[in-house]
Design a protein around this ligand. Structure first.
Ligand code: AMP
Length: 221
């Protein structure tokens, strides 16, 4: 089953997606992660995307959509995937529907993580990301056992360049104008399930799994 995680930056989409994909045994497709990998390795896509990302703006639809369609073309998505960070506007949502239709597939379920601005800013300002495996930590909410080092793989932790307060506010404004309408798009299709992401990560995860289980009864929760 293809699942979309929607919600503002800092709602915990990446963290939840990592656990969900392990449970469901499907790939995690994070457009932000793929773009950051491209920026880090200096590919033509990364060079085009870098400036938009540093400003907290959306990378042009045609670049991101091509990247997602290419990823969905790989065989490991045949039994579904968890999409995190895509679609980010109505244009992308329609392009995704079209791409899945070509494969005779559809979006099964959309999870909407709702978070308050205060929680978002606090989470993102203190977020630390592993440069090696992408695991997320937080300076106070979820500190690593050893400062600057990933508990999971021993990689070096860093702060994302767009996790500065000014850029966070810009990303939130972009989210409200561009991405919020996507919520209505899936609500109209009766695929949307909303959860408060202000709660603890494990509480949100348990609630999400209960809903997913209704759609996929092979899931052990
Ligand atoms: P994220 O890791 O999802 O917060 O994404 C980081 C940045 O990557 C965003 O602020 C955008 O600049 C870019 N980005 C990620 N996903 C998309 C998308 N679906 N459409 C356009 N830009 C995106």
């Amino acid at each position: 089953m293809h699942i979309i995680l929607l919600g503002p930056p800092g709602a915990g989409k990446g963290t939840q997606a990592k656990v969900l994909t392990e449970k469901l045994r499907v790939p995690h497709i994070s457009t932000g992660d793929i773009l950051r990998q491209n920026v880090a390795s200096g590919t033509p896509l990364g060079k085009e995307a870098k400036d938009y990302m540093e400003r907290g703006a959306l990378v042009p639809d045609e670049l991101v959509t091509r990247m997602v369609i290419e990823r969905l073309g790989r065989a490991d998505t045949d039994h579904g995937c968890v999409l995190d960070g895509y679609p980010r506007n109505i244009n992308q949502a329609k392009a995704l529907d079209e791409a899945l239709k070509q494969k005779d597939e559809t979006i099964g379920l959309v999870i909407y993580l709702v978070a308050s601005e205060a929680v978002i800013v606090q989470r993102l300002c203190g977020r630390l990301v592993c440069s090696s495996c992408g695991a997320n930590f937080h300076v106070t909410n979820m500190p690593p056992k050893k400062a600057g080092i990933c508990d999971a793989c021993g990689g070096k932790l860093y702060q994302r360049s767009d996790d500065k307060e000014e850029t966070i506010r810009k990303r939130l404004a972009v989210y409200l104008s561009e991405s919020a309408p996507v919520v209505q798009y899936y609500e109209a299709q009766k695929k949307l399930h909303s959860f408060s992401a202000d709660e603890d990560v494990s509480v949100v995860l348990r609630k999400m799994l209960e809903v997913i289980k209704v759609y996929d009864d092979s899931l052990k929760v």
